[in-house]
Design a binder for this molecule. Structure first.
Ligand SMILES: [Zn+2]
Ligand SMILES: [Zn+2]
Length: 345
């Protein structure tokens, strides 16, 4: 009999997730490693997949699939031909798995890999005791970055990539719309690039408290006030949209100075209306931002080694895998910021 483990799986293209008994992963193949997962964060995209609210239809053919793409763990076994890693090494893992051989990969455009898969989306993920990953996707962790902080690497790389897209410079005035984890990581990375950061949320008291714990002071809850009234119009060099609410795109454009940049980071279940005349007359730009490069992953791990402790308040809940669905509900109700699952606790 194949040994079993528990896993949080998406089994059907409809609302919900299941805690299921699944087979343990097979022994790692050539170039792969088997990882004991020690910490795995629930991401906004996991919530979208849980709610099945649109934007993640590409996951359906992989079902039943174990979610979990922001994680850290210890290497339990190595496949043939793996160099530079050893049993017991602590790693975090880039979830985007590319072939390295196709036309796009050979041109260095890994994001466009013709057979790209995502750990925890279109291949088995880390909301389980063990997960398989290509060795090349592993990033070694310094001893000073513990497991739960290491599991913040992936969301921080998303924030870092957004800040790169917005070309943030020292002294820039930055508005982050959306105080969830993506908004928080953008705020953290923009601050570290020297920007003056304002963050707005709507009915998001708990997550604004989390941002205060991260030492942000310019925080606005739009519960009763429209954005333009709360922060004044047209003042920001760069606006980051991290709400996933299409209507916020126009509000964000209205907050930019002339020649300002709006970076779209949320995943939107429907299309957004855009005031193109404003875009044209004010010479604004809209840019998209998503996955980060390996160089950015390394930079974020170094940052965690330096100042990770300051970022620990991002993690508001820690739960065993058996209580993962409670964690999803806490995140869905915006009570939680980052919920960390501890599958080997
Ligand atoms: Zn994520
Ligand atoms: Zn490829």
């Amino acid at each position: 009999m194949i040994p079993a483990m528990q896993a949080i799986q998406k089994t059907r293209p409809e609302f919900g997730l299941e805690l299921r008994e699944v087979a343990e992963p097979s022994a790692p193949g050539a170039g792969e490693v088997l990882i004991d997962v020690t910490a795995a964060g629930i991401c906004g995209s996991d919530l979208h997949i849980y709610e099945w609210s649109g934007g993640y239809e590409f996951v359906a053919p992989a079902m039943p699939v174990t979610l979990g793409h922001e994680f850290a763990g210890r290497i339990a076994a190595l496949g043939a031909g793996v160099d530079g890693l050893a049993r017991g090494d602590r790693v975090t893992v880039m979830p985007s798995v590319t072939c390295g051989r196709c036309e796009s990969c050979r041109a260095g455009d890994f994001d466009r890999c013709l057979t790209r898969t995502g750990i925890g989306m279109t291949r088995q993920g880390a909301f389980a005791r063990q997960v398989l990953a290509p060795a090349i996707n592993c990033v070694l962790l310094p001893a000073t970055v513990d497991d739960e902080l290491a599991a913040l690497t992936e969301p921080l790389t998303v924030g870092a990539r957004a800040v790169e897209s917005g070309e943030i410079k020292k002294g820039d005035r930055v508005l982050v719309m959306g105080p969830g984890t993506v908004g928080q990581t953008i705020a953290v990375m923009a601050r570290s690039a020297g920007a003056e950061v304002t963050i707005v949320g709507k009915g998001d008291a708990d997550r604004l408290v989390c941002l205060r714990a991260l030492a942000f002071e310019r925080l606005i809850d739009l519960q009763d006030k429209p954005l333009a009234e709360a922060v004044g119009p047209g003042k920001f060099d760069v606006v980051f949209e991290a709400t996933g609410v299409p209507a916020t795109i126009n509000h964000g454009l209205g907050m930019l100075r002339r020649w300002g940049i709006l970076v779209v980071c949320g995943i939107h279940a429907s299309h957004a209306p855009v005031d193109l005349n404003r875009l044209n007359r004010e010479q604004l730009q809209i840019r998209g931002s998503n996955r980060a490069s390996r160089a950015t992953w390394r930079r974020v791990v170094e940052m965690l080694a330096r100042e990770g402790e300051r970022l620990r308040p991002m993690i508001t809940h820690r739960l065993p895998l058996s209580r993962a669905l409670d964690g999803f509900e806490l995140a869905r109700q915006k009570v939680a910021s980052k919920v960390m699952l501890l599958p080997n606790a």
